[in-house]
Design a protein around this ligand. Structure first.
Ligand code: BTN
Length: 246
């Protein structure tokens, strides 16, 4: 076991990602260490957003990885690997879940988990990656400012033992990370693409030129999202260059 071999708990923290990066700057934690907490006072999401989570209700974790075998230009494989691990965990309890590109985990049209991967790159080598995961488990009520949140308990009407969930999530992430280490990249990419939210169906998107109808075809090099337009043109987007109209 790599992921979950070492667990570091803090009752509360500003952010597990920030604390993990600070710890890594001081000493080399074992690969697969999971830093977790019951409460974050300054939880961070993508693009400077906040990640708010009610105390002791959800999983707030950061996983230490040393993916030196992944070239920085292929970093998106780490993202795909982590997304699949979270989906595997959710599929223990649910019949379906999807990945809203690049790495929001969705059930139907609602977001159940977010991922924030922060890596330190030196030259052509990833020194470390901190894979931060916020996964809503037992939270019932969410602030109105969060667009479309959902939790496992809201979906199933049950409540869950957080410690057991942590172990199960660690196990599922570990299996996927070992797939990446083994070089099964094609399989990772195929499974990730097959799980994409709104794959192959016509929906509304907005890019710099405006709103249009398109359908997601696949994920191209560097993790760019490929969308076909109604006129047959194919566009490729980096993160933040395309918005899903929900
Ligand atoms: C997103 O969807 O914007 C990403 C959210 C990531 C949240 C997790 S919670 C644990 C870890 N620590 C943080 O400060 N952020 C990530």
């Amino acid at each position: 076991m790599i992921i979950g071999s070492n667990l570091l708990f803090f009752e509360n923290l500003p952010s597990t990602n920030t604390r993990t990066a600070d710890l890594l700057k001081k000493s080399r934690l074992p690969e697969g260490t999971i830093v977790y907490t019951n409460y974050q006072s300054a939880g961070r999401g993508y693009s400077g957003n906040r990640w708010d989570s009610e105390e002791s209700k959800n999983l707030l974790i950061s996983v230490v990885l040393f993916p030196s075998f992944v070239n920085p230009v292929d970093q998106f494989y780490i993202s795909m690997t982590v997304s699949l691990g979270i989906c595997d965990f959710l599929m223990r309890f649910l019949t379906d879940c999807s990945v809203k590109w690049p790495n929001d985990i969705y059930v139907n049209n609602d977001k159940i988990a977010g991922i924030l991967i922060e890596s330190s790159v030196s030259g052509d080598q990833i020194e470390y990656s901190v894979a931060g995961i916020g996964l809503n488990i037992n939270q019932e009520k969410f602030s109105d400012t969060i667009p479309n949140p959902v939790s496992l308990s809201r979906l199933t009407g049950r409540s869950y033992d957080l410690s057991a969930c942590l172990i199960e999530l660690g196990t599922d992430l570990d299996k996927r990370y070992k797939q990446l280490i083994a070089g099964n990249r094609l399989q990772i990419k195929e499974e990730y693409v097959s799980k994409l939210y709104r794959l192959n169906e016509w929906f509304e998107f907005r890019d710099i030129k405006g709103r249009y109808t398109g359908r997601i075809l696949t994920v191209a090099d560097y993790g760019r999202l490929q969308i076909e337009m109604e006129n047959g043109n194919i566009n490729e987007y980096a993160f933040k260059e395309i918005e899903f109209i929900l």
